[in-house]
Design a protein around this ligand. Structure first.
Ligand code: NAP
Ligand code: GDP
Length: 319
């Protein structure tokens, strides 16, 4: 018996995570019974109900990976908490409700480990999302993301929908946002080292360098996303992360970028800049129960590949 074709729509399909999913879903993990559509804000402003409806009418997805969001690093979040809350609430509500109305069979949305409670025990796991207030630096983004999990449960309870979510740690890779003010730490450090090398100036890391992060390479995250879409049956979220033992300091991350870009100049720390959350160490125990043999790309290799991509694509890269 022929299986029905899946029509998978990826919102935020032109961003860091979307591009990585496109790379793996259309090549190494390609399946003939899936048709993939990667959409961006040019296809529809998803904060608008009518535009969202029109997009679903056009593509008629049976499955949705929902990535589209107002996204940014610590320093963008600190400035725009209200925008992060309002815009992301609108986008998420539109995607989930339109998916329900169109009978979409499965939606996988994207949360983040920075939405967990600020005051917590470690490691953090999937049961702790709503345990207490998030860190003050990004409370707008965090509450909007937490509400996705609440909506997933409510759509399941009231309508039997299969809407679920994943919780990645800090992502990096090709097609990231390398903007110095708005972006995340690794693309920011790569851009700064590039400029320091070019101008023969010092490379300045913001904050003390002591906070700790678990970084996941966008291609590894993409492989896991495709697995979640195809195989994961729970409504409850799943953390997609390297192990606790692979958490590194911002200082170590900066050293890896320096090594990958062969920068020989001075490295400075601007301690007047915020450190943000000290750590958000997450357990990947649940993921490991499902996929004990999944191999993450070594961080040295992933950082090197991303630096090489940034240098080769400097003109077109988002910055
Ligand atoms: P990104 O590179 O900034 O991409 C954002 C994507 O969302 C772009 O395709 C953008 O379209 C689209 N988008 C933004 N506003 C939109 C709107 N109003 N209507 C339609 N599309 C809109 O972000 P990313 O890093 O790939 O993040 C993807 C998902 O992963 C997000 O949900 C984010 O919260 C989550 N996440 C990211 C990280 C991380 O470290 N980056 C960590 C954990 C979770 P245009 O290209 O047209 O602007
Ligand atoms: P977070 O993980 O959500 O806090 O977001 P980021 O990816 O922006 O990481 C922020 C951490 O990296 C903080 O400890 C910052 O002080 C530190 N950091 C060091 N240099 C930079 C930089 O150039 N850009 C950013 N975004 N963060 C930096």
């Amino acid at each position: 018996m022929a299986t029905e074709k899946k029509v998978v729509m990826v919102t935020g399909g032109t961003g860091l995570v979307g591009k990585a999913i496109e790379t793996v879903a259309t090549a190494e993990l390609k399946r003939d019974d899936e048709e993939w559509h990667f959409v961006s804000s040019k296809d529809a402003d998803l904060s608008d109900v009518a535009a969202t409806e029109a997009l679903f009418e056009k593509i008629k997805p049976t499955h949705v990976i929902h990535l589209a969001a107002l996204v940014g690093g610590l320093f963008r979040n600190l400035k725009y908490n209200l925008d992060f809350l309002r815009v992301n609430n609108k986008i998420n509500d539109n995607i989930l409700n339109t998916s329900y109305k169109h009978g979409v069979k499965k939606v996988v949305s994207c949360l983040s480990t920075c939405i967990f409670p600020d005051k917590t025990t470690y490691p953090i796991d999937e049961t702790m999302v709503h345990n207490g207030p998030p860190h003050n630096s990004n409370f707008g983004y965090s509450y909007a993301k937490r509400l996705i999990d609440i909506q997933n449960k409510a759509y399941h309870a009231q309508h039997g929908c299969h809407f679920t979510s994943v919780i990645p740690t800090n992502v990096f890779g090709a097609y990231d946002n390398f903007n110095l003010e708005d972006g995340h730490v690794l693309p920011g450090l790569m851009h700064k080292v590039y400029m320091a090398k070019k101008n023969n100036t010092p490379f300045t890391v913001w904050g003390t360098g002591s906070p700790r992060r678990q970084f996941i390479y966008s291609l590894d995250l993409a492989r896991l996303f495709v697995w979640v879409l195809r195989e994961y049956e729970e409504i409850d979220p799943i953390i997609l992360s390297v192990g606790e033992e692979d958490e590194i300091s911002i200082k170590r991350a900066a050293e890896l970028v320096v090594e990958a870009m062969e920068f020989k100049g001075e490295v400075k720390y601007d301690t007047t800049k915020s450190d943000g959350q000290f750590k958000k160490t997450a357990s990947n125990g649940k993921l490991r129960k499902y996929l004990p043999d999944f191999k993450f790309t070594p961080i040295e290799q992933a950082i090197k590949e991303t630096c090489d991509w940034f240098v080769a694509n400097f003109e077109e890269a988002r910055k």
